[in-house]
Design a protein around this ligand. Structure first.
Ligand code: NAD
Length: 347
């Protein structure tokens, strides 16, 4: 049933937007506006099928509801995906058409960048809709959220290493990084500065070579990074990396990364727990970017203050792990219940 896709995720509304002139085919998913307008990035991606794109949009927008709620933001959850046109296409025109689709929702959904989209794409939409964020501004706070996302993942890893591994420093801690993109690269920098030893993989060999040269990282094969002999695993590529095939081979004790929807299914979270591996839920640890674009959108942004707010994700990691112990459950399930209890308009 379309209305039951994915499990437990009734959406308030889903817009299928098309524009034959530019080739736009986009899905704008508003999962919940209970806390405020639905806020979440826009992904430009090549999907194997339209149903796969719909499924991605719905899973991602539900995740944004949980992420924004746990981050105490006055926003609901939404997400958009644009199906990448085949062959060459006029990018500014495509994003202008997408901007018009965002505008047609009259503020129920606010967009920003995600995988495949850039600050320039967001800037291009500004003339068509005010419901867009993540745009660098002269002399004011704003722009690429990835460094803030990376900071949130970094402080989560630091907290997890202390609480799960019982180590007070990242010095010598071995971390495997899957994906050295916008977030993964910044995360590698933070980890390297803190003394961690990196094992890295990316489908882009140039990024791997740079990490080897700059951080003394060890390069791993893309197909082997999840099973690397490390203390911490940080998935920073795409979703569903933690699944039936990969979970049995994971050797890290702690998993914390930027990628959205890392667990293919809730059962994979249970399987990690049975193997004694602590998985810190993606939407808890990767909220730094949405915190940044949300502050920018509300004109409340200031670099130090936003970094401090992102740093508080570490306190939520501590609270989550305390709740997990008390509930005798898994971090993924406890975080879900915790976030869902906050899907109400903030006082
Ligand atoms: P990105 O596209 O800049 O980086 C992704 C990287 O992963 C690329 O370098 C790509 O080559 C690599 N990659 C793809 N498939 C791979 C594979 N199988 N193995 C190894 N590497 C692979 O994207 P990003 O902005 O860094 O985001 C990474 C993840 O974090 C995404 O899932 C995104 O949704 C999520 N996320 C990003 C932000 C943000 O602020 N950018 C915020 C929250 C969540």
């Amino acid at each position: 049933s379309l209305f039951g896709l994915p499990e437990q995720a009734p959406h308030e509304r889903v817009l299928l937007a098309t524009d034959p002139a530019t080739g736009l085919k986009a899905i704008l998913a508003v999962h919940s506006t209970a806390r405020g307008p639905a806020f979440g990035g826009c992904r430009l991606w090549h999907y194997d099928s339209e149903l796969a794109a719909l499924n991605d949009a719905l899973r991602l927008s539900q995740g944004m509801s949980l992420k924004n709620a746990l981050a105490d933001l006055p926003f609901g959850g939404g997400k958009a995906v644009i199906l990448k046109p085949e062959g060459a296409f006029d990018r500014p025109a495509l994003f202008a058409a997408f901007g018009r689709a965002v505008q047609s929702l009259n503020g129920a959904y606010i967009t920003a960048e995600d995988v495949g989209t850039t600050t320039a794409d967001m800037r291009g939409m500004q003339a068509l809709t005010p419901y867009v964020s993540g745009i660098p501004r002269e002399g004011a706070f704003g722009g690429d959220p990835s460094p803030k996302t990376a900071w949130g993942v970094f402080v989560s890893i630091r907290a997890g290493v202390r609480l799960v591994l019982g180590r007070n420093s990242l010095e010598g801690v071995r971390v495997a990084l899957q994906g050295l993109g916008a977030v993964g690269w910044h995360l590698a920098e933070f980890l390297h500065q803190a003394g961690a030893r990196l094992v890295v993989a990316d489908v882009d060999a140039v990024k791997v070579e740079r990490a080897v040269a700059q951080f003394g990282a060890v390069a791993a094969h893309v197909g082997e990074i999840l099973a690397a002999d490390v203390d911490v695993l940080a998935p920073c590529a795409l979703g569903a990396s933690l699944n039936e095939q990969t979970v049995p081979a994971i050797r890290a004790q702690l998993i914390a990364g930027a990628a959205n929807n890392q667990l293919a299914t809730p059962a994979d979270g249970d399987a990690l727990q049975r193997r004694g591996i602590c998985y810190l839920p993606d939407y808890l640890v990767n909220a730094g970017g949405i915190i940044s674009v949300a502050r920018e959108y509300r004109n409340e942004g200031e670099e130090q203050a936003v970094m401090a707010e992102v740093g508080k994700i570490a306190e939520r990691v501590e609270e989550l792990l305390a709740r997990v112990q008390a509930a005798d459950s898994t971090p993924a399930r406890v975080a879900d219940d915790w976030a869902r209890s906050k899907l109400v308009r903030p006082a």
